[in-house]
Every structure is written in C-alpha cells, then in structure tokens.
Design a protein around this ligand. Structure first.
Ligand code: PRP
Length: 163
C-alpha cells in the first residue's frame, strides 16, 4: 500500500476462509477467459491468491514480479524492483491481492502491458487499472489480510467502560 495507516478510517478483517472463497470466486470469473499460459504473482500479496487460482484453473507455470515498497508507502522513496518478467505478458494472468492507490498496478502494467491483470480486492482509485476483480472496498478502509494478523484477547465491553 502506498499510503500511511492514518489515511484509513475503517478496517476490514479477512479470514483465511474468506480469502480462499474470494480467490475461488475470482478463479470462477476468469474461467470464461481463454486459457492462460501461466500466472505471474506480484509479491508478496499476490502469492496466496495466485496459488489458489493456479489450483482452480489447473495452471502449473507460475512466475513472479517481485517489488519491495519499503520507504515507498508514505511516498518517501521509490518502489524497489527485485525481479522483473521477461516479455510483454501476452497470454499471462497477472495476480495481486489488492489494488489500492494503483501505484503498483501502474508499474507492473508498464512491464507486462499485455497480461490480464486480476486482483481479489479493489479500491476505487486503483480499480481502472485492473481487468478483473471480485470485491470492491472503500478507499478509506484498511484491509487486514490473514497473513498480517492473528487472533488475540480483547477486553469485554464492560471492562472497557471502566477504564
Ligand atoms: O495500489 P497500491 O497502493 O500500490 O497498493 C497495492 C499493493 O500494496 C500491497 O503490497 P505491499 O506494498 O503492502 O507489499 P507486500 O505485498 O510485499 O506486503 C498489495 O499487495 C499490492 O501489491
């Protein structure tokens, strides 16, 4: 994500089950498309959805585009391209978990302009950059992916009142 947590007003927690269900829904939608040569997963968020979609579409050829956005999230630096992809992406399916501001999408689109770009979740600012997505989420929502979170104890409501 290219913006800081302070820009978000809501959270949207996603369980492993829901992520699996939403990724399968994306695979269903892509089933109508001509068969793909392979999948390009955008690291790291695209890795899990790519695995689920590869299974559903019976795709065994999986490559990556590796981007690190440290120092980039608050627009303080540039995204670091750790691994690119050979070719223009024609016939390939490009997968990410989320398109938020669309900055990542812009970079990968320039690299593989002919790939079909699909994400599980999409926010309005980035939505025009993707060809297929499943769930739209508002721009001010922070999506809590299952790999970024864990269950923990929370104080009962009454206890919170006594603080
Ligand atoms: O549309 P954008 O504003 O560019 O945001 C979307 C990108 O942000 C997330 O990656 P992140 O930078 O958190 O890296 P990670 O997947 O390695 O955790 C997500 O996986 C997308 O690649």
């Amino acid at each position: 994500m290219a913006t800081s947590a302070s820009n978000y007003k809501k959270t949207y927690p996603i369980s492993w089950e829901q992520l699996h269900r939403d990724s399968k829904a994306l695979a269903w939608r892509l089933l109508g498309h001509d068969p793909f040569k392979g999948i390009i997963a955008i690291t790291r968020g695209g890795l899990v959805p790519a695995a689920i979609i590869a299974r559903e579409l019976d795709i065994h050829l999986v490559d990556t585009i590796c981007i690190s956005s440290y120092n980039w999230k608050d627009k303080k630096g540039n995204a670091e391209m750790l691994k690119t992809f050979e070719g223009d992406g024609e016939g390939w399916l490009l997968i990410d978990d989320l398109v938020d501001t669309g900055r990542t999408a812009q970079i990968v689109r320039e690299m593989v302009p002919k790939a079909h770009f699909a994400t599980v979740y999409a926010k309005p600012a980035g939505r025009p950059a993707v060809d297929t997505y499943i769930t739209e989420v508002s721009q001010d929502t922070w999506i809590l992916f299952p790999w970024d979170t864990e269950s923990q104890f929370v104080t009962p409501l009454v206890g919170q009142d006594k603080k």
